[in-house]
Design a protein around this ligand. Structure first.
Ligand code: GLC
Length: 524
């Protein structure tokens, strides 16, 4: 059944679509965007409705400017040519980068103006007191996208920007108690910001880490080129003398070595398809030493049988988390879309991923694209792993709910794949533009009628979320973005391009440190 067949209301008038898009634009520009020091700086998470008091909004912090909710906002503003707002947003987050000893270098989850000053949340004010690690990873990615789109290299070379990048990298590239290149985080450290058994090495954090390291390395390289420390061999390079530049070179080299290890690790441990599952099921356990096949001591019984239907014979995806003895086979939509969009997975694997989404569209799209995570935690798992979280009941909210703000990520992933790998994407695949088109139509049909809800509940996503906010900004910008990429200019998906490992590896730097780089098994 195609996604659009689920809804009996037909959607056929172009003028009707235009008027919905116009409503979305007005909501965004007139109600969601807010100013700081007389200039636009970003958007609140949800627009306060006339009936809801400002006090209620504050209590729930939806009146704050969240880093992750502003990712689609900033991409949309760049497409609209409003880059000065994006620069203001990046500069404001940079000013708020933590300078406290224990959290030095992290970027805020959200901020809000209060009594003429800025109040930021690094997790110390959040429900459950969890810090959003994704916010810190998104900042360098957005900074790279801004520079790439506008060509504003002068912004990237400013000392405060380079210092911010240095502090950010310092957070990640340091000794730890483990050797894996993944970032270890507590439960709820990303878009899924409440307990859902997503502690350890959840996929979304790892693919964002991949993007953040590449972006940070590129931003450092821009400054090194400016200083004449790196370039092509034809240029006469000079040796860096100051400690700051030496640290930049060290971090550039280290980040690049890390990113290479991270990609190999994700492909080895996270990628699943019909072949890898069968290999996994037959591996020996209780192995010790270097030359082993089952590093995380995973037992066959922890590989769920529903994977047989889920994968079919052509599907593949990145699983949710790798932990000793407890892999998480749940499918997480955003981590997978980012994995494709950032080219963590190969073009063939991207095709297998889209095939899997198409094959499981009655679960993942159903009446509201897209489901955030599948399958939900139920019964004892729900009780113990979420701590009886009533917002995350099975099929609700993060626990199997449907989030319209996710569709544009899938749109970029598919359209980028078709554009960059036409030889792999045959053009006749059912998951191609037709799946996106019917999903886009579902958003047009349902979002205005359901007041631009934040999320939808139930196995088909037919009901607005039990505790949903209405007039949620990323629901609104999500529709504007998928419309732009699908209908206005598909070539603009390249706005999300990251620097490639190859391009960064080809850069010649004068004075590369000759010391071994800890943890990477790599030295220059
Ligand atoms: C909820 C979501 C989170 C989002 C926030 C503001 O807490 O889980 O991902 O950033 O709302 O919209």
């Amino acid at each position: 059944m195609s996604a659009s067949n689920f809804d009996s209301v037909s959607f056929d008038s172009a003028s009707q679509a235009q008027s919905i898009l116009q409503t979305a634009r007005s909501l965004f520009y007139d109600r969601a965007l807010v100013q700081l020091d007389g200039q636009y700086v970003g958007a609140v998470a949800a627009i306060t409705s006339k009936r809801q008091s400002e006090a209620q909004a504050q209590e729930l912090n939806y009146n704050e400017i969240f880093m992750r909710d502003n990712v689609p906002v900033m991409i949309f503003l760049l497409l609209e040519g409003k880059s000065e707002i994006v620069r203001h947003f990046l500069d404001t987050c940079l000013k708020l980068q933590s300078n406290q000893f224990q959290t030095l270098g992290i970027f805020p989850t959200s901020f809000v103006e209060s009594d003429g000053g800025l109040v930021a949340d690094y997790g110390q004010r959040a429900i459950g007191r969890v810090s959003s690690v994704d916010a810190s990873l998104w900042w360098p990615i957005l900074a790279h996208i801004y520079v790439q789109r506008t060509g504003d290299r002068a912004w990237a070379s400013q000392p405060n920007v380079q210092r911010g990048i240095q502090q950010f990298l310092h957070l990640i590239l340091h000794p730890w108690f483990r050797d894996a290149p993944t970032l270890h985080v507590p439960d709820g450290a990303f878009m899924i910001d409440r307990s859902l058994d997503v502690w350890g090495a959840p996929l979304e954090i790892q693919v964002l880490l991949y993007g953040a390291l590449l972006s940070a390395a590129k931003l450092i390289q821009l400054d090194l080129s400016e200083k004449g420390v790196c370039g092509d061999s034809a240029v006469r390079l000079h040796s860096p003398s100051d400690a700051f530049t030496q640290q930049q070179i060290h971090q550039f080299t280290y980040a690049l070595a890390w990113v290479k290890r991270l990609r190999s690790y994700l492909l080895k441990h996270y990628w699943v398809n019909i072949k890898t599952v069968q290999v996994l099921r037959q591996r020996p356990t209780e192995q010790y030493g270097d030359e082993i096949t089952n590093e995380y001591n995973i037992q066959t019984e922890s590989i769920p049988h529903w994977l047989q239907y889920w994968l079919g014979d052509r599907g593949g995806y990145l699983l949710g988390n790798i932990r000793t003895g407890r892999p998480d086979f749940r499918f997480f939509m955003l981590g997978n879309c980012l994995g494709a969009m950032f080219d963590v997975i190969s073009p063939k694997q991207q095709q297998a991923l889209f095939q899997l989404i198409w094959h499981n569209q009655s679960s993942l799209i159903a009446q509201m694209p897209l489901r955030i995570c599948h399958p939900p935690l139920e019964d004892t798992d729900w009780r113990h792993k979420t701590g009886f979280d009533r917002k995350n009941l099975p099929w609700c909210y993060h626990n199997g709910g449907h989030w319209p703000c996710l569709l544009w990520f899938l749109g970029v992933a598919i359209l980028r794949h078709q554009r960059h790998h036409p030889q792999v994407a045959s053009g006749h695949e059912p998951w191609g533009t037709s799946m996106l088109q019917s999903s886009y139509e579902l958003l047009l049909q349902r979002l205005p009628r359901q007041k631009w809800a934040e999320y939808f509940d139930g196995p088909t996503g037919l009901w607005a979320g039990q505790q949903t906010r209405y007039y949620q900004t990323w629901t609104i910008t999500g529709l504007l973005l998928i419309h732009h990429f699908l209908k206005v200019n598909p070539a603009d998906v390249d706005i999300m391009n990251l620097p490639t490992v190859k391009e960064l590896s080809d850069i010649k730097i004068f004075g590369v440190p000759s010391v071994p780089i800890p943890g990477t098994g790599w030295s220059s």
